[in-house]
Every structure is written in structure tokens, then in C-alpha cells.
Design a protein around this ligand. Structure first.
Ligand code: PEP
Ligand code: MN
Length: 357
């Protein structure tokens, strides 16, 4: 059976663990055996060709390491996965016996490369996990799934590893949780694994990010695990030992998606109220826009511009100063007001320039 379907029957989280990079045969075997001994891990990972940001970093051992991971799989009885970034990698990995492959974030970003990999995999029976592209572009991520499906590769999973950001104070790659949530909305059939290692970039953040992923009902976690993290040849700050991994997994609180019927009834009532408040909000917005149009009509008759800077500045300042009264953040109030203003300008533009729209 496809992993995509199997995963639905596995108790969450489905965990993939292993080093950022395969460094030596001993290192791969040691960490894979330690991980397997935990008894709660489902798949082993190791990067063999490493896409590094700067050229003089360790760029992976290359195909020499393929049999090391295959051997680790045989010794532990666990399935193994590695990253492929072009058709030569695909050919070498298939030849070595890999049944699971992942596509890295720097590859998903390029449709030509995704297409090349999908074509190289056509006709083979593999599971492919697709990391989000480095930029927060849902369409590009969705497109990558479609490219594989067009080549007949249907056992597909998603890995959320966060998005590039210049000098973020907290994350190595910002999570933008709304993007994996939107992926789920578009493709409810595709399981999502969270990669807290590349989102956080530090060991300390692994736990809170993993918990958040579980609370958002992600299917699994991919966590970089190394026998001696501080000495790792790549991503030393974010890797944990097998023991560290066990601690994280043990401390996760797993909340059920199934609700008790009584609780569900209460929640349903509250959801009804929220829905009717939303109806009301949109009725009010519709009314507001009608008045905007009437103002637009007057502006047209008196030949004055749509945007009145001073007036808008005052409106925004007054609204922001009341954010606290409603227990809303200034950022949220600003976003809502900007959206309302844009819509209002659109309505007035239509009234003022009827033939140009
Ligand atoms: C990795 O998983 O080691 C890796 C290179 O990840 P990403 O493609 O997310 O940067
Ligand atoms: Mn890594």
C-alpha cells in the first residue's frame, strides 16, 4: 500500500529521523541503530548530495554513501529516504535500491528541475516527499505535486520546512503556517510532515515547533539526528542525539481530532454564533461600500481625487488607537483597515471612471 494511505492508520506522529548529511559509514550506521532502538521512529533519513548555500561548505559524500544508508535500512528493518536534486541523483538512488526520495526546498523552487526529476522517476514505484519551495509560493508547491502526478508518481507527501527570510530574529526559515494549511485545503489527500530542524535552525526550537505542528494536525515530523551534533559536518546547531529526539517525542502533547459528542455540541453552537457574526460583518462591509460609492459619486460631481491623504491618515490613527479596547493587535487592525480601504477605492474608482473599468 502507498505510504500516503498507510499513514492515515499510523498513530501520529509519523517520524523520520537521521543526520542532515551522511558523513561516514560508521556515523550513518551508529545513528540509524540508535534511532531504531527508540522503537518509535518510522523512517531513516540522510542527505547524500547536499544543496548548500555557499560553495565551500561540505556538499555531501555523493553516491559513495548510497549503500551506507541502504545497509542501515537492512540492519534496522526501517525504510530509508534521501534527497535527489537532478536526474543523475535519481538514477543512482534507484540503482542503489531507494524506494523513498525527497525533493529539497531549493529544487522545488525550479519547475525545470522538478520536471526533470519527475520524468526520471516515471514508471518507478517510489514514494516522493516534496519540501516547500524556499519562497512562500503555494502555487509552486502545488505545481510540483502535479508534475509528479502527470508522470504517474502518486505516492506523494509534503514536507513543510519554512521559508527564506533575511535575518529573522527567531527562525532560520519562517514557518508561515498559513501556507501548509492552504496546501491541506487544496490537497486534503496529501499528508504533511513538519521539519522543525530547518524551520528552527536551533535545538531549542525543535520542541515548540513540533508541538505546534501536532496542534495543527500535521501527520508527522522530520527531525535531524546525529551521534555527535556539535561535530556534525552540516547543520550542527539544529541536530539532536537519539536521546534528545526521544525527549522531544516524549514531551509532545498529542491532542485528538475526534471530539467528545457533548463538547462537539457546545463547539457547534459556538461555531454557529461565529458564522452569524461573520454574516453580520460582511453585511456591514457591503453597506459600508455602498456609502463609499455614494461618496465616490459626490467626488466625481465635484471633480476631487479618490484618495484624500490627510483624511485617511486621521481615520487610520483613530482606529489604531482603539485596538486595545477590542483586544486586537495594531497589526491586525492595520491589515483589516488596509483591506477595507483598498476595496473602497475599487468601488469609488468604478463609480468615478465607469468607462475605464
Ligand atoms: C535537508 O533536509 O537536509 C535539507 C537540505 O533541507 P532543505 O531542502 O529543507 O533546505
Ligand atoms: Mn540539514
Amino acid at each position: 500500500m502507498n505510504l500516503k494511505d498507510q499513514i492515515k492508520n499510523i498513530e501520529r506522529p509519523f517520524v523520520i529521523a537521521g543526520p542532515c548529511s551522511a558523513e561516514t559509514e560508521e556515523q550513518v550506521l551508529k545513528i540509524c541503530q540508535d534511532i531504531a532502538a527508540l522503537g518509535s521512529i518510522h523512517m531513516l533519513r540522510a542527505g547524500i548530495w547536499k544543496p548548500r548555500t555557499r560553495p565551500n561548505s561540505f556538499e555531501g559524500v555523493g553516491s559513495e554513501a548510497l549503500p551506507w544508508l541502504i545497509k542501515a535500512g537492512e540492519v534496522t528493518g526501517l525504510p530509508v529516504i534521501t534527497e535527489v536534486a537532478n536526474k543523475e541523483h535519481v538514477e543512482a538512488a534507484l540503482k542503489a535500491g531507494f524506494k523513498n526520495l525527497w525533493i529539497g526546498a531549493r529544487t522545488t523552487v525550479n519547475p525545470f528541475t522538478v520536471q526533470e526529476i519527475a520524468e526520471a522517476l516515471a514508471g518507478s514505484d517510489v514514494t516522493v516527499m516534496i519540501k516547500n519551495p524556499v519562497n512562500p509560493d503555494l502555487q509552486l508547491w502545488l505545481g510540483a505535486f502535479e508534475r509528479f502526478e502527470k508522470e504517474g508518481i502518486n505516492d506523494l507527501l509534503a514536507i513543510h520546512r519554512g521559508f527564506s527570510f533575511y535575518n529573522h530574529a527567531k527562525y532560520r526559515n519562517v514557518p508561515n503556517w498559513e501556507i501548509p494549511i492552504a496546501l491541506k485545503e487544496n490537497r486534503p489527500d496529501i499528508p504533511i510532515i513538519c521539519d522543525p530542524s530547518h524551520i528552527g535552525g536551533t535545538r531549542e526550537l525543535l520542541m515548540p515547533i513540533s508541538q505546534k505542528a501536532m496542534d495543527l494536525n500535521f501527520d508527522g515530523l522530520m527531525i535531524e539526528t546525529h551521534p555527535n551534533p556539535a561535530e556534525a559536518w552540516s547543520d550542527a546547531k539544529q541536530q539532536v542525539t537519539a536521546e534528545g529526539l526521544e525527549k522531544i517525542l516524549d514531551s509532545l502533547v498529542l491532542r485528538s481530532q475526534q471530539l467528545d459528542q457533548n463538547v462537539l455540541n457546545v463547539i457547534e453552537d459556538m461555531r454557529e454564533k461565529v458564522l452569524s457574526l461573520d454574516d453580520h460583518l460582511f453585511e456591514l462591509l457591503g453597506e459600508r461600500m455602498k456609502i463609499s460609492e455614494e461618496i465616490g459619486q459626490l467626488k466625481r460631481e465635484n471633480n476631487i481625487t479618490i484618495l484624500q491623504h490627510e483624511h485617511w491618515k486621521k481615520v487610520i490613527a483613530a482606529r489604531l488607537s482603539k485596538s486595545d479596547d477590542f483586544n486586537l493587535t495594531e497589526r491586525f487592525v492595520r491589515q483589516i483597515m488596509d483591506a477595507i480601504h483598498q476595496e473602497s477605492i475599487r468601488h469609488q474608482t468604478r463609480v468615478m471612471n465607469p468607462d475605464k473599468n
